[in-house]
Design a protein around this ligand. Structure first.
Ligand code: NOJ
Ligand code: CA
Length: 556
């Protein structure tokens, strides 16, 4: 019987889907120019089918100046010519759907790219114009307006305001300032403007009409802002300090939910309704609000990406996430890696408490990563999450057990974080290095040419080609894990075994359980072993491993 989620008419597919994130510039390069593209992705659809995923989440592929890896969108209704064409996009949707694989695209509503037609028009228009009202333009402070309108800071470092020339002055006199919570090339929209709201409804329809099954909503917690004069002081950006009462001037404000209720009405115009998942770094108590059925339906649970490899911490975070989803009738959304995070195979191979940003600055030289330990924990962690109710998001390359590339040459760094932080933080390039497909060739099979970020020589060991030959490879494990997940009842029912300090036991409806060991081995409970992340011997599950076991006694 085909897995339930493969039925393209199933409106609930997203509740338990395994979604594979493709960062298109780094997945596969079809024309050998060093940049991943849709042609390369279409060629690899058989690989995705064989992997056993239910959906692809495609990170931004829109025309972009690449000031922030494509999250600076210059035209949200087109494909970057370096990545492909709209016709190829349609081919991709058809190729995925033919395999029963859905497609989720990224939508970036907090800001546009600075090359967007609206922003160029805003720069050319006068203060107070309709063109400027789509963004957040303000006069500067001080007698000559030379001070930014507020002390707000950008996520990527520095002021969140940039001053523009006065368009009425031939001599280049300086004019107003515009807001950008990210890079200067990412001007923030003003979501109190109905024109902005209409525009995004239209963009959602544009892609939904092309067959897109869902949307990943970038910076969902940031759209509504308190822009009343005088602008409030807020000299920091950190999710730790966002209060849980909606009173923050920039993030997680109550008004944001009205925006998403409008989106849900649009998404429900389709049959089946289009799915959506919020990227919202909101306080845990308020995260479920984004996942309400009349809003986006799901919200990423990021708490686990901040956790060390620790049974108690994992368990309480998982239980909290399940509860958060339950209260609004959503399903949980598990993630260990994505294009913004140090890959989890590396995170778990570093001593607890390692400052990852400092580790990257030291090119990963110190502390030395224990790759075997990191991979054991990474696969155990992934198998644990796959055992839970909810959907699981996998990031390209994790199925190969790829570690972070911590020692990229400085000259290669493309993330704005490096420059904007005054060379005190490297940023996210190390998880965005193009994938190794073959053990040789100019870019390990990524394409016929080079790769837009340099691949280290050890990528050969992780290549798909090498792993396909090896039944004990990480790739073989991921394939088996997804195939097993498709066979067992994934359902919503779950209970946890007794907390022991170093084991998490997840008991699932349908008569099976998952056991994960943290730091020391544990005896396996009775039953048929469905899959393990590490070899078992004499009924013992080694340290830092997960096993799924069918036990008919549980079903009774
Ligand atoms: C979150 C995205 O995941 C990240 O890559 C991007 O830099 C910011 N949003 C800004 O769009
Ligand atoms: Ca290319």
């Amino acid at each position: 019987m085909p897995p339930r989620t493969r039925d393209l008419t199933d409106p609930d597919w997203w509740r338990s889907a395994v979604v594979y994130q493709v960062y298109p510039r780094s997945f596969a390069d079809g024309n050998g120019d060093g940049i991943g593209d849709l042609a390369g992705l279409i060629e690899r659809v058989p690989y995705l089918r064989r992997l056993g995923i239910d959906a692809v989440w495609l990170s931004p592929f829109y025309p972009s100046a690449l000031a922030d890896g494509g999250y600076d969108v210059d035209d949200p209704r087109d494909v970057d010519p370096r990545i492909g064409t709209l016709a190829q996009f349609d081919d991709l949707v058809a190729a995925l759907h033919a395999e029963g694989i859905r497609i989720v695209v990224d939508i970036v509503p907090n800001h546009s790219g600075s090359g967007h037609a609206w922003f160029r028009a805003a720069l050319a228009a006068a203060p107070g114009s309709r063109e400027r009202a789509r963004y957040v333009f303000r006069d500067g402070l001080g007698a000559d307006g030379s001070q930014p309108p507020s002390d707000w800071v950008s996520h990527f470092g520095g002021s969140a305001w940039t001053r523009v020339p006065d368009p009425s002055s031939a001599s280049g006199r300086r004019g107003q300032w515009y807001l950008h919570l990210f890079a200067p090339e990412q001007p923030d929209f003003d979501w109190s403007n109905p024109e902005v709201r209409e525009e995004f409804h239209d963009i959602l329809r544009f892609w939904a009409d092309r067959g897109v099954d869902g949307f990943r909503v970038d910076v969902a917690h940031g759209l509504a802002k308190d822009l009343d004069e005088p602008l409030r002081s807020y000299p920091r950006i950190s999710r730790d300090v966002v209060p849980d009462d909606g009173s923050d001037p920039l993030f997680d404000r109550d008004e944001v939910h009205e925006i998403f209720r409008g989106w849900r009405r649009v998404l429900n115009e389709y049959d089946p309704p289009r799915a959506a998942v919020a990227e919202a770094w909101a306080p845990p108590s308020r995260l479920p609000l984004y996942a309400r059925a009349d809003e986006l339906g799901q919200a990423f649970e990021f708490d686990l990406v901040l956790e060390p490899w620790d049974a108690e911490r994992f368990r309480s975070t998982i239980e909290g996430a399940l509860e958060r989803a339950r209260v609004v009738g959503a399903s949980s959304t598990w993630v260990l890696s994505n294009h913004d995070l140090v890959r989890h195979a590396s995170r778990f191979g570093l001593p607890r408490g390692t400052d990852l940003s400092a580790w990257l600055l030291r090119d990963g030289a110190e502390p030395v990563e224990d790759r075997a330990l990191g991979l054991a924990r990474a696969t155990a962690g992934t198998l644990l999450l796959l055992a839970l109710p909810g959907s699981a998001y996998l990031y390209q390359g994790e199925e190969l057990g790829l570690p972070e590339v911590a020692d990229l040459p400085i000259a290669a760094l493309a993330d704005p974080v490096w420059e904007r932080h005054g060379h005190t933080a490297k940023g996210r390039d190390g998880c965005r290095v193009p994938l190794p497909w073959t053990t040789g060739g100019p870019s390990f099979g990524f394409g016929a040419g080079g790769a837009h970020l340099p691949q280290p020589s050890w990528f050969a060991d992780f290549a798909v080609e090498a792993q396909e030959r090896d039944p004990g490879s990480t790739l073989a494990f991921y394939r088996a894990a997804l195939a097993t997940r498709a066979e067992v009842t994934i359902g919503e029912g779950v209970t946890f075994g007794e907390a022991t300090g170093h084991v998490i036991e997840v008991i699932r409806e349908g008569g099976w359980r998952s056991i994960t060991t943290f730091g020391s081995p544990a005896p396996l409970p009775p039953g048929e072993v469905l899959i393990t992340s590490a070899p078992i011997a004499e009924g013992i599950l080694p340290a830092d491993a997960t096993a799924w076991i069918r036990d008919p006694a549980l079903a009774r």
